[in-house]
Design a protein around this ligand. Structure first.
Ligand code: FAM
Length: 438
């Protein structure tokens, strides 16, 4: 059985060769135009970066290498006693393009558990923060501080060769992923359950098994399975989204993976991005409070219009790339439908009912290019059902997850020797000059 490192060592040369060929044979091939609307429109649709682990199709949704979400659910190993995909098998797929065996998945789980403890100074740092500081700010600070032990940074100072970049990057990425449950659960404990004892890391458990335990929900098998699926599915969504792109940009300066990923977390903390799952729950609960029980489709329609007319976005709907319901939303919905207690949950029923009305209203409103739900339309509401009701914490779970894809790309960027990212910007005057005189 090959280890993760050995498997990567096997697949890297062919990719390096592929890149060399692309550069040599197609360096000057035109694959698209740059329009003024791309420059002033947040670079939407501009094909301008390499990202190895996944590609997002506007209609079909995400594919991790060649595998769609349903494909992944069929072939990726789960935890012992579970049926859902786990982050370890997703990480293996993202990094290597290969489906790990159950044994390889267990080995990775074990390695992560062994590396899962936080350095004491990081524990102290997190413990010293005010409970009122948003959990995402705390997570970003904790991740940045972990760069104290960066293998990449230490090796760089000693003058390592470029060929060694990826191995040190991989070491940092594995250590960081391993430590995220301890860091994220310490933040949860400090902010919401100050009297609770944090469980020790169980060396025989998978990453999310430990995370659920540390959060104090380890005996809830159904929630643990949900978290496994949630964290695996949120792991990567190609490279252009704000958090992934931030990690890539910062990493391209040869900042180490800890600093790169902490920057990504602060992009994820924006309400148009990862914070949306907290906003969805706030919005759905406000709808319930205002309307009361027995909410009808008509009530929801009125509430949606009220939100839109007050100039706010409907959280959990729309997407920068997708133009259909998000397959991650569908997968989480299917998880809910397969469990009677979730099928009957009032908050899940409200999410479903909203889904029956919102696309029609958003189409009539006519602004958004995608009137369908994204994954955030349901992800936080399921947590709420399970009693994890502290919604300011939800984006932290997203932050634990997105590390899988963003860190994978850092390994590939260093293995492929990708350069410093440095697009050209223009002022409006310069743009007008260019339009007149291309
Ligand atoms: N409700 C109301 N208006 C919306 C909307 C929504 N859900 N989604 C888009 N629009 C508006 C948008 O604000 C823009 O209006 P202006 O022209 O006045 O600026 C117009 O429709 C065109 O936007 P678009 O091209 O369809 O979308 P963008 O690519 O600009 O933005 C999102 C994409 C995700 C930021 C946007 O759909 C949105 O704000 N959605 C609500 C927040 C949300 O759910 N974010 C989570 C996204 C998620 F997948 C993630 O990152 N986790």
């Amino acid at each position: 059985t090959k280890s993760l490192r050995e498997t990567l060592q096997d697949v890297i040369p062919a990719k390096q060769e592929q890149l060399k060929k692309l550069k040599a044979e197609h360096g000057q091939t035109v694959v698209g135009d740059v329009k003024v609307e791309n420059i002033i429109g947040g670079m939407r649709g501009l094909k301008a970066m390499l990202w190895e682990a996944s590609v997002l199709d506007p209609l079909e949704g995400i594919r991790f290498h060649r595998l769609s979400i349903p494909d992944c659910q069929k072939v990726l190993p789960s935890a012992p006693g579970g049926t859902e995909i786990i982050p370890e098998s997703m990480l293996w797929l993202l990094l290597t393009g290969q489906v790990p065996t159950p044994e390889q998945t267990r080995q990775l789980s074990q390695e992560l558990a062994e590396k899962g403890e936080l350095p004491v100074f990081v524990e102290k740092l997190i413990d010293s923060l005010p409970k009122t500081l948003h959990p995402m700010t705390q997570l970003g600070m904790g991740v940045a501080a972990l760069n104290h032990d960066s293998s990449f940074q230490a090796a760089y100072e000693k003058g390592m060769k470029k060929q060694e970049y990826w191995t040190h990057t991989l070491e940092d990425c594995i250590h960081l992923i391993a430590r995220l449950p301890a860091l994220a659960s310490r933040i949860y404990r400090n902010v919401y359950k100050p009297d609770a004892q944090l469980a020790p890391i169980d060396k025989n458990l998978d990453l999310v098994g430990n995370y659920a335990n540390l959060l104090g929900y380890g005996d809830n098998h159904s929630l643990t399975e949900y978290l496994r699926l949630y964290i695996a599915l949120h792991g990567d969504h190609e490279g252009g989204n704000a958090s992934a792109h931030t990690a890539h940009l910062v990493g391209s300066t040869l900042s180490d993976p800890y600093l790169s990923y902490s920057a990504a977390l602060f992009a994820l903390a924006g309400p148009l991005h990862g914070l949306a799952n907290q906003e969805v729950l706030r919005w759905q609960l406000a709808m319930q409070t205002e309307i009361g029980d027995n909410i009808t489709h008509e009530n929801i329609k009125d509430y949606l219009w009220k939100t839109l007319k007050s100039g706010q976005v409907v959280p959990g709907y729309g997407h920068g790339v997708l133009r259909n319901p998000d397959p991650r939303f569908i997968a989480l919905q299917e998880f809910c439908q397969s469990r009677p207690e979730l099928r009957e949950s009032p908050i899940i029923k409200l999410v479903n009912k909203t889904f029956e009305v919102a696309p029609g209203v958003l189409k009539e409103h006519g602004k958004t290019k995608n009137p369908y739900p994204n994954v955030d339309a349901t992800s936080g509401c399921v947590l709420y059902h399970y009693g994890l009701t502290e919604f300011k914490y939800y984006t932290v779970i997203f932050g634990v997850s997105r590390a899988l894809g963003a860190l994978t790309q850092l390994v590939w960027a260093r293995a492929l020797g990708l350069p410093l990212e440095r697009p050209k910007s223009l002022s409006m005057d310069a743009l007008e000059k260019l339009i007149k005189n291309p």
